[in-house]
Design a protein around this ligand. Structure first.
Ligand code: ATP
Ligand code: MG
Length: 474
């Protein structure tokens, strides 16, 4: 079969010419071919395999390109990379791999194209298109990856038990591709993943993270998290999530399954944001519910303080997964901590002061918090669903209104401590804090607008109540 029409980018002509000059066979393989067939429209990274030295081929390609781009050589891996017009071209020599039990780093030898295709993870990733002029565009698809693309099926070229055991990262890649492409993992493959799930322990956290991140970037991450759970992998990677699974019943009272609820929230939020950290917040917003779950005959199931507990757990989870412990983590923590706040507003009358307090506490994250809380509405009762959404719409309108008047988002006290000290001729003392707090509360409650004159009047009144005398009256 000829796939010349996949090779529209002029770069392929340059690679073709270079390979012919060197007398080596070469092919474009992997994701590029797969995504071309799937019409996923991407040419960001292109993998080229040479039957010989990938590094030499890369150097020749660079020489033949008009601007002679730099070749980045990774000697240990025998690969080379060229960046050309926003595309990353990765060159590698065809290879054969053999594995040890306790490492995912194989012993690598030069190999044929066929051996190179054998070592690839999935049939849909093992297709190659020839680039040499004599066979330009010829598709080499020994495992019928094309058929699996049509069938939306993920399976390994060789025995799945060996493929996953050799490199357990492939288990996560299988689930990640199933999520990104909305494909099924073949039963034999999924069984092998279940059996090998414990082998994920030999994979570094960084590599695990890349895959989790890609699952969370997908249109419908629940596909991936359900597969992770069913395979036993999630238990080993993010047990905080599997701990949310299940419904307990006592005295005829039950609570919802917080694992599946969480996944619904994540899918919901993906329709409204590409912000990865907001998606993480959705994934983790209820993790405090497992350790805080209690039952009492009077009130049924409770999860008191789960928001605070959850936000603390975020830190430990990020640390364990070697995720950044920076402002992104703090953002996730804050959203988890505040994740129940707007819910009260959705159920009750919305007062200005409640909204003002919400904006004051959430600060710059208030809109993201609203997006999270809207996604959190998973009730199947259409009346409640509509009511909560309408209320949140009102809250959003009120946020704008209240912001125009009082600017409490990035609250700056309208009266400074210095001004208070000066007015009452005070040394630093607790009265200053009391007055400042009193003014802030008055603004949040809507007793006075956030204006210096009004705040000044209130300061005088409060100062008098505290028994202070104005400096100019002394
Ligand atoms: P994407 O870049 O969209 O994530 P991709 O298929 O290009 O998808 P890469 O990780 O860039 O994935 O890898 C390129 C190719 O290398 C894959 O298509 C596959 O053939 C092969 N490959 C990558 N990782 C593995 C692995 N762990 N085991 C076997 N083959 C792999
Ligand atoms: Mg790739």
């Amino acid at each position: 079969m000829n796939y010349k029409h996949a090779l529209t980018s002029p770069i392929f002509q340059v690679v073709s010419k270079s390979a012919d000059e060197l007398g080596v066979d070469c092919y474009v393989v992997g994701g590029f071919v797969r995504d071309f067939v799937l019409e996923r429209g991407r040419e960001k990274d292109i993998d080229i395999v040479a039957i010989g030295s990938g590094i030499e081929l890369a150097k020749r390609v660079a020489k033949n390109l008009p601007n002679s781009p730099k070749v980045q050589v990774f000697k240990t891996y025998g690969t080379a990379m060229i960046r050309h017009e926003g595309v990353e071209l990765e060159f590698v020599g065809a290879r054969k791999e053999s594995y040890n039990e306790d490492s995912r780093n194989p012993i690598v030898e030069d190999g044929t194209l066929e051996e190179d295709q054998n070592r690839r993870d999935f049939t849909i990733n093992a297709m190659a298109i020839s680039l040499n002029s004599a066979t330009y565009g010829q598709l080499l698809d020994p495992f019928d990856g094309l058929q699996d693309l049509t069938d939306k099926c993920i399976k390994t070229p060789l025995d799945p038990a060996i493929t996953y055991s050799d490199d357990p990262l492939r288990m996560l890649r299988a689930i990640r591709f199933a999520t990104q492409l909305d494909f099924e993992i073949e039963a034999a493959s999924f069984n092998a993943i279940k059996e090998q799930s414990h082998r994920i322990e030999i994979i570094t956290k960084e590599r695990i993270n890349v895959e989790i991140q890609k699952i969370l970037e997908s249109k419908k991450p629940s596909i991936g998290f359900i597969l992770l759970e069913e395979s036993g992998l999630l238990q080993r990677i993010i047990p905080e999530l599997t701990d949310l699974k299940g419904v307990d019943i006592q005295e005829g009272q039950k609570h919802k399954d917080n694992f599946y609820h969480t996944l619904e929230v994540v899918d919901n939020i993906c329709n409204h944001t590409d912000n990865m950290w907001l998606r993480w917040a959705a994934l983790l917003h209820d993790i405090g519910k497992a350790p805080t779950k209690r039952f009492s005959k009077k009130v049924g199931w409770t999860f008191h303080g789960h928001e605070l507990k959850g936000s603390k757990m975020v830190y430990h989870l990020f640390k364990r997964l070697k995720m950044p412990l920076n402002d992104k983590m703090k953002y996730v923590q804050k959203l988890v901590f505040m994740s129940s706040r707007p819910i009260v507003l959705a159920q009750e009358n919305i007062t200005d002061s409640a909204v003002r307090r919400l904006v004051f506490d959430a600060g710059e994250f208030v809109e993201d918090l609203m997006t999270l809380c809207e996604a959190d509405i998973t009730t199947k009762n259409p009346y409640k669903f509509k009511k909560y959404h309408n209320n949140f719409k009102l809250v959003r309108e009120k946020i704008i209104e209240v912001e125009e008047r009082d600017q409490v988002r990035d609250f700056q006290p309208p009266i400074s401590g210095e001004k208070i000290m000066e007015t009452f001729d005070l040394k630093p003392s607790k009265e200053i804090g009391i007055i400042k707090e009193f003014i802030k509360e008055a603004i949040l409650e809507g007793i006075i607008p956030n204006e210096p004159e009004k705040a000044f009047e209130l300061m005088l009144k409060k100062g008098t109540d505290l028994g202070l005398t104005r400096a100019d009256e002394k």
